[in-house]
Design a protein around this ligand. Structure first.
Ligand SMILES: [Zn+2]
Length: 298
């Protein structure tokens, strides 16, 4: 593990792959796996690798500027980027970057544009990005961060090199989220014990709901990759959903994530919707409904 400025480590093997890749940096790199902060840390490590004379020493001026997001050949498209000027539509903010991407970088390395949580980009912006990647942009490289590549437009992924960070270890640092996910699986099997949890006033706040969601995504990835030989009990249970059920769970998680991004939606309602959408009786091939209007709670 290599510590970075904000205390989030980047996996040693990932750093080694980045050093190899940097000999001919792919125009677009997808970073999946890990947690959201780990993906950002890895993207910054990639920016250091392609810009620092020593492939990311961590101590030179370039490396430090990248760590502090003040490097002139670094663009971070995140929540703060979109929220900075509320009057300009988000698509216009991305369009304003097109002439920048048409220019070579200021320095010796590559201009790195990082799209944080790219699965949440508006479809119009994702399409703009796709058009951008269809043209050569000398000296410019793009990084798309997402929990899993399946959450991005397939056409974006197919134009990218994908690096997978270690999946978050179940049971590490998130015992509360684990407890909730186990309760949800128990509810699927028995129909019991769920609403008592979410009905507890204040029991499920937004940060907890997001942790539950992140854990579900990590376990889902394990279930998809390893099936019945997945290492955790949760992933093993998810694998029993079968390919169609897992795909459905992925859609349910994506819709729940969208709902949680809306500050007016109550986290407990989203969790209820998540749990009930996957109940055995509910599974018939219905499209995944939006969780905006969940069933009335008792
Ligand atoms: Zn350096």
């Amino acid at each position: 593990m290599n510590a970075t400025g904000d205390g989030v480590g980047v996996d040693g093997q990932v750093l080694a792959r980045m050093r190899t890749l940097s000999a001919r940096p792919p125009q677009s790199l997808v970073l999946e796996g890990g947690t959201a902060p780990e993906r950002v840390a890895a993207a910054l490590a990639w920016a250091r690798t392609v810009n620092c004379g020593q492939k990311g020493c961590g101590t030179c001026g370039v490396c430090r500027q990248i760590e502090e997001h003040v490097f002139r050949d670094l663009i971070v498209v995140d929540k703060a980027f979109f929220e900075e000027d509320p009057k300009t539509p988000n698509t216009d903010k991305i369009r304003a970057l097109l002439p920048v991407w048409g220019q070579p970088p200021h320095g010796e390395g590559s201009r790195v544009t990082i799209f944080v949580e790219a699965q949440d980009l508006h479809p119009a912006i994702a399409n703009l990005l796709l058009k951008t990647l269809e043209e050569p942009r000398p000296g410019n490289v793009f990084v798309l961060l997402a929990p899993q590549r399946e959450r991005l437009l397939q056409t974006l992924v197919s134009r990218s090199f994908v690096l997978t960070l270690p999946w978050p270890q179940a049971g590490q640092a998130e015992p509360d989220a684990q407890d909730w996910v186990r309760a949800m699986l128990h509810f699927w099997d028995t129909g019991q014990g769920w609403f008592e949890r979410t009905g507890n006033k204040g029991a499920a706040d937004r940060p907890l709901a997001l942790r539950i969601l992140a854990l579900c995504q990590a376990e889902l990835a394990q279930a998809l990759m390893l099936g019945a030989s997945a290492p955790t009990a949760i992933a093993k249970r998810l694998a029993k959903l079968g390919p169609a059920g897992l795909r459905r769970f992925d859609l349910v998680l994506a819709a729940a994530q969208d709902a949680l991004n809306q500050p007016t939606v109550m986290p407990a309602l989203v969790l209820d919707w998540m749990a009930t959408s996957m109940m055995p009786g509910v599974i018939p091939a219905a499209p995944v409904p939006r969780p905006k209007a969940p069933a009335h709670r008792a």
